[in-house]
Design a protein around this ligand. Structure first.
Ligand SMILES: [Zn+2]
Length: 231
């Protein structure tokens, strides 16, 4: 089992860990600061010792690091590509403000899909009669919230408590909650609250500004929005 340190502190850029298993170019450590791809957030990249980490994914309770180069048994140093990770943290937190705070909070749009990336991220919303003008207004409102700033808090609640809070999951699929013992909550005070396993910034002021790249209609009531963040 790999301890997931990025869940409690997403600002750790370097750390030592113990190699548990090396299987070809797959490395498992006792703990990790590498985010494994999932939940719409791409994996981190970086180094374990001198080996380049090119992919990271979860397999049961383990995090598998796919490397180029060799990793020796024993203690190793992990370093994540901080510029990439920090951009993803900003992007991910921006998505909370736009999708959770404004689109869901104000316009009651359900999120049917999302994929974050360092440059351009996208969201799918289930909503009728949503035009470009309204989306631009939503982005303006999101940017006003960011400009006012707020703290981003991370804490845990019980599964029972989470299942009684429909506002915690804005996605269609909620069944993943059943499998958890405790649920990690990411709350932007006064803006958004979400059951979430990703990495975020501590304060909205770190995000910058959200800008729409393009919008597409994907079916009758499904809108796909591409956006980026600018400093
Ligand atoms: Zn999140």
């Amino acid at each position: 089992m790999t301890e997931l340190l990025y869940l409690d502190d997403s600002y750790i850029r370097e750390l030592e860990g113990q190699v548990i298993r090396v299987d070809g170019n797959h490395v498992i450590l006792d703990r990790t600061i590498f985010y494994p791809r999932g939940g719409g957030q791409p994996n981190d990249t970086g180094y374990i010792g001198s080996a380049r980490v090119i992919d990271v994914y979860k397999e049961g309770d383990d995090v598998v690091h796919v490397v180029e180069g060799s990793v020796t048994e024993g203690r190793v140093r992990m370093v994540i590509d901080w510029e990439r990770r920090y951009r993803l943290m900003r992007m991910h937190t921006a998505a909370h403000v736009l999708a959770g705070g404004v689109m869901y909070g104000k316009y009651k749009a359900m999120i049917t899909g999302n994929q974050l990336d360092t440059d351009i991220s996208r969201f799918d919303f289930n909503i009728d009669n949503f035009d470009r003008e309204l989306m631009e207004r939503a982005v303006r409102e999101a940017n006003e919230i960011i400009a006012r700033n707020a703290r981003v808090r991370v804490y845990y609640i019980s599964k029972e408590e989470a299942l009684n809070r429909p506002d915690l999951v804005k996605l269609y699929k909620r069944d993943f909650l059943e499998k958890l013992e405790r649920v990690r909550i990411v709350e932007i005070e006064g803006v958004d609250i979400q059951a979430d396993g990703g990495t975020h910034v501590r304060e909205l002021s770190e995000i910058g500004k959200i800008e729409i790249v393009k919008m597409e209609n994907k079916g009758k009531s499904n809108r796909r929005v591409y956006f980026r963040i600018i400093p």
